[in-house]
Design a protein around this ligand. Structure first.
Ligand code: FAD
Ligand code: UDP
Length: 379
């Protein structure tokens, strides 16, 4: 891609071509601004990037991405750039050699304990084994207060230790609270109104979003190595906020992952989209992409996720110490003239894709002052 040699004046420089950067870029270009989007990676899409592997299977390079949202406005906004394939994600967890639905539901409890409870019976069972906690501060509090110690140990403690390198008690309640507990037979991983995958994939959706005549894109460009090249009126930064401020308050912890992709000749590898391994193996989960994408193809591709302390920052780590450190950076961000910080890394929030889209729409409205049908964030 072209590289400017002299300092160029721009309306807007967007750092990062993931959901945060792409949505802000599209909205600002739509409102008449000239936008340059840069990304240090060789592609757009950020962590949602997908591609065809050597066997022709559509895979997600940075781990499985399943779109779900309660927000009809976010869904309507993205629908301008993609059609959708309805998809409801189901996950099973391997515990003591058998597969059980996770989130924990009626079938999980009945099969695990050899019971035949109806819905009210499961609710009563959970009420009996739950350990009330007040206040619910940590993920351990959240899990013990909803399912008690045995289910916590079987489904949550090992997975969390592996995923985060921390105990449940060292993480804010919001982390484990992402996983509901059910007394009925609902075995869907998500409960949102809209659950679907972009029909031609995420990368195709990003390419359409960024195909605006007022948007230029330069990939393979690291902002920190090149920032003197531009004099933008506004910078929208979607990378890690601590890096932007040169780690002056110390590094914010992020959790990394190594993605090991495999192809198998058989038509299916496992019986559902994702299998979680709370207590076995060094990886947390295996996802088989064909379930997510609906692709009809011979052979199948899967990804195993191995949590790592070092590497690309994938997950902010929610706990009070990290939040306090983030607030120091956030105060600096507020004082930074003509720079907006948007996205999972820049806002240090454990955001799903739809939450990043919502945050980006809000940031765009802040810049343009234009309230359109997508910027009001209630459904
Ligand atoms: P990113 O996608 O990280 O984009 C930021 C971009 O900025 C990157 O492309 C990066 O290269 C670039 N950048 C950073 N620093 C610089 C720099 N110095 N110079 C230039 N460019 C830079 N969400 C869901 O809703 N459903 C899911 O199923 C789901 N699964 C996930 C699975 C995994 C393993 C992970 C890690 C996340 C998952 N998410 C999921 C969350 C989702 O990935 C994020 O919410 C979303 O992609 C964040 O978008 P973003 O633009 O904020 O950040
Ligand atoms: N979790 C768990 N066991 C599971 C699934 C999730 O302990 O089988 C906990 C774990 O701490 C995990 C968190 O719940 O990091 C959130 O899970 P989710 O599937 O939402 O994680 P993500 O898809 O964001 O990696």
């Amino acid at each position: 891609m072209s590289v400017a040699t002299s300092v160029s004046k721009l309306d807007v420089l967007v750092v990062g071509a993931g959901f945060a950067g792409a949505v802000v870029a599209e909205r600002l270009a739509h409102a008449g601004r000239r936008v340059l989007v840069i990304d240090k990676r060789a592609h757009v899409g950020g962590n949602a990037f997908d591609e065809f592997d050597a066997h022709g299977v559509l895979i997600h390079r940075y781990g499985p991405h399943i779109f779900h949202t309660q927000s009809s406005r976010v869904f309507a906004y993205l629908s301008r750039f993609t059609t959708w394939r309805p998809y409801e994600h189901r996950v099973q967890a391997l515990v003591n050699g058998s597969f059980y639905p996770i989130p924990i539901n009626r079938s999980t409890i009945n099969r695990l304990y050899g019971l035949a409870l109806d819905e009210a019976g499961v609710a009563a069972y959970l009420a009996k084994v739950a350990e009330p906690r007040e206040p619910v501060r940590t993920s351990e509090d959240a899990v013990l207060a909803s399912v008690g110690r045995d289910l916590c140990d079987k489904f949550f403690r090992g997975y969390t230790r592996k995923q985060w390198g921390l105990e449940l008690s060292e993480l804010s309640a919001s982390v484990a609270a992402r996983i509901p507990t059910r007394s009925d037979d609902d075995d869907l991983y998500f409960t949102d109104r809209h659950q679907a995958m972009p029909a031609q994939g995420y990368t195709a959706m990003f390419e359409r979003m960024l195909a605006h005549p007022r948007i230029d894109i330069e990939t393979g460009v690291d902002y920190f190595a090149a920032r003197t090249r531009w004099q933008p009126r506004l910078t929208v930064f979607s990378g890690p906020i601590d890096a932007y401020f040169d780690y002056c308050h110390g590094a914010l912890p992020y959790r990394s992952l190594e993605f090991v992709h495999e192809h198998h000749a058989q038509s299916n590898y496992q019986h559902t989209g994702t299998v979680n391994f709370p207590n076995d193996h060094a990886y947390t989960r295996i996802t088989e992409f064909k379930y997510l994408t609906g692709q009809q193809v011979a052979g199948t591709s899967v990804v195993k996720e191995f949590p790592r302390a070092a590497g690309d920052p994938y997950y902010p780590i929610p706990n009070p110490d990290n939040e306090a450190r983030y607030q120091l950076y956030k105060a600096m961000a507020r004082a930074e003239r003509d720079v907006l910080f948007v996205g999972r890394l820049a806002q240090y929030r454990y955001y799903n894709m739809d939450q990043v889209v919502a945050a980006a729409l809000k940031a765009a409205r802040h810049v343009t002052g234009i309230d359109d049908e997508y910027t009001s964030l209630d459904n």
